[in-house]
Design a protein around this ligand. Structure first.
Ligand code: AMP
Ligand code: MG
Length: 423
């Protein structure tokens, strides 16, 4: 039987210091080319320019008649019909016109398109109801981009519009920072998966499902690994199997003071533990390490505490920005908002607390309503929460009406550094 250790060998470091260590250890992944269909949400690793003018030919923006504007409202003979997708061998001369469809190339000689609604056609002649100036309803060559012009700067996060622009320029394999692959390892002898009965003393593994979903929600690629028993051998094998196939390994459980909490000692064996305790609530035993995954490469490992709320808050506050850094996305942190407390909040001044709350807008200001018991095992404290209220170290209990910073956990990341990092 293992003995209890009575105190941790790891110093408890402030959150900002922990994040500073994280930023020293990780950085953007090496760029590579991916198919456009796989590029959503990724950051461009190269500037993209238009090779030629875009669009490459003058086209009609209306269904109507390609005309010479100078003919005014004189009747015109209809020479042919110009559809989208091919080029007719016909020239529009004075007193003539060509039926034309939206997107079709403007025939030689024409300089405007009159919409069908402003015309009448009979016996091969078209009568316009109005005169148009040259250029009307024509999309000129290079209207969007001149040859060589920059279409997208390096670093652009690719959304549907950006992917569409790349497609229209024929860039089928843009160079991007790839989607980080994240291996997920839940540790714990007590854990049972879905679809099996629970024996006395067993609980269902929720953390691996939380992390699979959280990793996917940020556009990264989760890799589900088998659940791990609380033995050194099982942990060692699992970490060595996971590290070479992942850009980041996440473990849950096994990082606190129990006799079977063996993640830290095994990480020490396989690499370097950068920190093993952080002054945050929930999530104090949060652990960060690098393990040697191949002779030439090491993989970062984040050991998240076993309680599901600690796991998800740790993901939110630490793993999310890490993954966005690896993907080289500039917007890395959730936005914040100043809010006031609807109720008094008890706070342990030893640690930075992330208190789960719902936000309400009332009387011209934002108010935070606690989600109730903040126990680290109570997932209901996160279900329906909009925000993590940041109560810094040293603050202590807060009265109703006190002003606090709220991290908005459903808002997209912004490029601003949150006040949390002010120290
Ligand atoms: P540990 O850090 O391993 O001592 O775990 C702390 C608490 O979290 C214990 O009550 C565990 O049973 C619980 N726990 C650990 N892993 C999981 C998991 N994957 N899903 C749900 N609860 C867990
Ligand atoms: Mg455990």
């Amino acid at each position: 039987m293992n003995e209890f250790a009575t105190h941790s060998p790891y110093p408890m470091i402030p959150f900002e210091q922990a994040m500073a260590i994280v930023w020293q250890q990780i950085g953007p992944l090496a760029p590579r080319r991916v198919a456009l269909d796989d590029a959503l949400g990724l950051a461009l690793a190269e500037e993209v320019r238009a090779e030629g003018p875009h669009p490459p030919f003058a086209a009609s923006t209306m269904d109507g008649y390609a005309i010479r504007a100078a003919d005014g409202v004189a009747p015109r003979r209809v020479l042919a019909e110009q559809e989208a997708g091919r080029v007719l061998d016909v020239a529009v001369e004075a007193g003539t016109c060509v039926r034309i469809m939206t997107g079709a190339p403007l025939p030689t000689g024409a300089d405007a398109v009159i919409p069908v609604e402003l015309t009448e056609e009979r016996d091969g002649w078209m009568q316009a109801q109005a005169a148009l100036e040259p250029g009307r309803n024509v999309r000129p060559v290079g209207a969007d981009l001149a040859a060589g012009q920059r279409a997208l700067p390096e670093g652009t996060a690719l959304g549907p519009a950006e992917i569409g622009l790349l497609a229209s320029l024929g860039i089928s394999q843009p160079s991007v920072y790839p989607r980080p692959r994240v291996a997920i390892l839940a540790t714990g002898d007590e854990l049972v998966g879905q679809g099996q009965p629970l024996a006395p003393g067993q609980i269902r593994d929720s953390n691996s499902y939380i992390l699979m979903a959280a990793v996917r929600s940020i556009g990264c690629e989760p890799i589900r690994m088998p659940r791990i028993a609380d033995t050194r051998d099982a942990l060692r094998q699992a970490l060595l199997a996971a590290a070479p196939q992942a850009d980041l390994v996440l473990t849950t459980g096994g990082v606190s003071m129990g006799t079977r909490d063996l993640v830290k000692p095994v990480l020490e064996e396989l690499g370097v533990v950068h920190f093993g305790r952080v002054a945050i609530q929930p999530g104090k035993p949060l652990t960060f390490a690098s393990v040697q995954s191949t002779p030439v490469q090491s993989t970062p490992v984040l050991g998240l505490p076993g309680n599901p709320v600690s796991t998800l808050v740790g993901f939110e506050m630490v793993v999310r920005p890490m993954l966005r850094e690896m993907a080289n996305l500039r917007a890395r942190h959730r936005p914040e908002r100043e809010v006031r407390l609807r109720q008094p909040v008890r706070h342990d001044p030893e640690r930075l607390e992330f208190h789960r709350a719902r936000l309400q807008y009332e009387d011209g200001g934002w108010w935070a309503v606690t989600t109730g018991s903040q126990s680290s095992s109570r997932l209901l404290s996160l279900v329906g929460a909009d925000a993590l209220l940041c109560i810094p170290q040293g603050v202590g209990n807060l009265p109703e009406g006190a002003q606090v910073r709220a991290i908005l956990i459903h808002e997209p990341e912004s490029e601003e550094l949150p006040g949390l990092y002010d120290g």
